[in-house]
Design a protein around this ligand. Structure first.
Ligand SMILES: NC(=O)c1ccc[n+]([C@@H]2O[C@H](COP(=O)([O-])OP(=O)(O)OC[C@H]3O[C@@H](n4cnc5c(N)ncnc54)[C@H](O)[C@@H]3O)[C@@H](O)[C@H]2O)c1
Length: 275
């Protein structure tokens, strides 16, 4: 089914692990897809991979989701080439060691520097900005191109938004902001037919979190990985392709009365208290 025929989708972070899979899925559903990433080489090599599969309705743009001028230049390039923007996937984001603290809890013997008290503010701000402002600013820039036609925005949240994971303080706060902002913007833009929703992925093994979830042999779970699996009723990690059903539904006309929601794709993680 090619539900997105005629639509143009912008995917930020499209060179990344999850968003590359989402971009491919939008293409297979008929959309023309803009692969927008700070890492232009990564976007270009992914474009080549797609072309080898016969998926050629793509363009790449170098875009920094934290820089308005770069996003506006990307928007103008897209409008000059394809004349419209219908879908925005705010995929660029992620965690960074700079915004985390090594200790899960403050117990006897925990040093100040390993705990909340040692969190580097600049690191916290970096992660918070990338995930939150990195969704807000592209929405400001790209949604302007949807004001006459309507459109659909997808933000990418995380389990951490509602159940903050230990250590990742900045990331959790940022994703909570992303979910709140999703509802706020959905209300604000509803009269002009722009729908705003989010997907909250559970746990997917990617370059960013592999070292946290798996031992160097690539198979054995780390203690943290084991905790994740124990708390996931389906007892496995997700496959990035499993995000695409929710994505393609939310951006399609089948979801024409759906706005301001967050769909968890998590194997039941959020539903389970762990007991
Ligand atoms: N991997 C997971 O298990 C998981 C779980 C929940 C949520 N998420 C979220 O999914 C999204 C994608 O995650 P991923 O694992 O695919 O990440 P990734 O690190 O594989 O990809 C992120 C991409 O964003 C790009 N990027 C970084 N900074 C940028 C900037 N300033 N401007 C433009 N592009 C920039 C990078 O070049 C990279 O291509 C993120 O928002 C992440 O927080 C991931």
């Amino acid at each position: 089914m090619r539900r997105l025929e005629g639509k143009v989708a912008v995917v930020t972070g499209a060179a990344g692990a999850l968003c590359s899979v989402m971009a491919e899925s939008l293409l297979r559903d008929g959309a023309r897809v803009v692969l927008a990433d700070l890492n232009e080489d990564g976007a270009k090599s992914f474009q080549n991979v797609l072309a080898e599969k016969g998926l050629t309705e793509t363009m790449t743009v170098k875009a920094n989701v934290l820089e308005r001028a770069s996003l506006e230049a990307a928007r103008e390039k897209i409008l000059a080439q394809w004349g419209r923007i219908d879908i925005l996937v705010n995929g660029a984001g992620g965690n960074h060691p700079k915004g985390t603290c090594p200790a899960e809890q403050f117990t006897e013997g925990t040093t100040l520097e390993d705990s909340f008290f040692g969190l580097d503010l600049a690191g916290f701000e970096f992660v918070n900005k990338l995930n939150f402002i990195g969704s807000l600013l592209p929405s400001q820039v790209f949604c302007q191109a949807m004001l006459k036609t309507g459109g659909s925005v997808i933000n990418i949240s995380s389990m951490s938004a509602t159940q903050p994971l230990t250590k990742v303080a900045a990331y959790s706060a940022a994703k909570a902001s992303v979910e709140n902002f999703t509802r706020w913007l959905a209300v604000h833009l509803a009269p002009v037919g722009i729908r705003v929703n989010a997907i909250a992925p559970g746990f997917f093994i990617t370059q960013q979190n592999r070292f946290l979830m798996l031992e160097p042999d690539g198979k054995t779970l780390t203690p943290r990985g084991q905790k994740v699996i124990n708390k996931t009723p389906m007892h496995r990690f997700g496959d990035p392709k499993e995000l695409c059903g929710a994505l393609n539904y939310l951006v399609s006309d089948e979801a024409s009365f759906v706005t301001g929601i967050v769909i968890p794709v998590d194997g039941g993680f959020l539903a389970y208290s762990g007991v």
